[in-house]
Design a protein around this ligand. Structure first.
Ligand SMILES: [Zn+2]
Length: 288
């Protein structure tokens, strides 16, 4: 016997219910999930509508970027148990949807953003951060609602009333942002990756992205950013953890600018949108 254990040791030390608990703990958490989503804000959206009635699992591992993320084979195996995968238009969905569907032909894929603004999509080479626009989210929640009702028709009334309350909060958020971003000193801002594209488009701001199409900036782009920054007196560079590079630091040094962290992937979407608006407001300044 390895370790000199007596026969029957495990049965005598671990009772039957204990064994059941161990077995249930060993079933991967993902296997119990019904819905897979790509990024943390989507989990928040589902929770707002379904509370704890539906389990959603986020595909993106914390700290990874939606532009380059690859799930591990283990993660893909876990995904094979989900009933639905709701997209939000991030680049890794394009690469992994076929593999997932091959492993789990019964899993329904809900494509989110085909109907939204083909021009914007082409301009950003398929990397549009739609969810940073609350008006997009108000509409997108209808897609989520339909999926949830299909999963749990008995909860339709609950889901619908939750949806309406959350959409109302998002309308208030939209109005708040419009009010806050009125009468600004500047309308240009610098960011390490173009993650506020949809936000900037919605609220009439100009985003100068250090990365272009997910690649390090070339000299031409950097010179153009520097020229604009000097002309407009930009003193802030917004930085995303996943896109923090030497170029961000060098540019900040050359402009005498502060580096301010943003996280458009934060799960608490609602609070985060208020916080990002405040950070933009400080950087852009308000005319009194
Ligand atoms: Zn991106």
């Amino acid at each position: 016997m390895p370790g000199g254990l007596r026969p029957g040791f495990f049965m005598s030390r671990f009772s039957f219910p204990m064994i059941l608990i161990v077995i249930s703990l060993s079933i991967p958490k993902w296997a119990q999930s019904q819905v897979i989503v790509s990024i943390p804000p989507q989990k928040h959206f589902i929770e707002q509508i379904a509370g704890d009635q539906v389990q959603a699992e986020v595909m993106l591992t914390p700290g990874e970027s939606p532009e380059t993320f690859s799930p591990s084979p283990r993660q893909l195996t876990r995904l094979a148990k989900a009933r639905v995968y709701i997209h939000i238009g991030v680049p890794f969905e394009r690469h992994w949807t076929k593999s997932l569907q091959a492993m789990n032909p019964d899993m329904k894929i809900i494509h989110c953003c085909n109907q939204f603004d083909e021009v914007t999509k082409r301009l950003h080479q398929g990397d549009v951060h739609y969810w940073t626009d609350p008006v997009f989210v108000i509409q997108y929640l209808e897609t989520i609602l339909n999926v949830l009702i299909e999963l749990q028709p008995e909860n339709q009334d609950l889901f619908q009333s939750n949806l309406q309350a959350y959409q109302e909060s998002l309308r208030q958020l939209d109005n708040y942002i419009i009010g806050q971003l009125k009468n600004l000193k500047m309308d240009h801002f610098i960011i390490s990756h173009a993650a506020l594209d949809a936000f900037a488009q919605r609220y009439g701001l100009v985003q100068l992205s250090i990365e272009q199409s997910g690649r390090e900036s070339g000299p031409k782009n950097l010179i153009s950013i520097m020229t604009s920054a000097k002309a407009k007196g930009i003193k802030t560079i917004f930085d995303l953890e996943q896109h923090h590079t030497r170029t961000v630091i060098n540019l900040a040094n050359q402009l005498g600018a502060n580096i301010v962290s943003l996280d458009p992937l934060a799960q608490d979407y609602f609070t985060n949108m208020y916080e990002m608006t405040e950070q933009l407001l400080v950087a852009l300044g308000k005319n009194e």
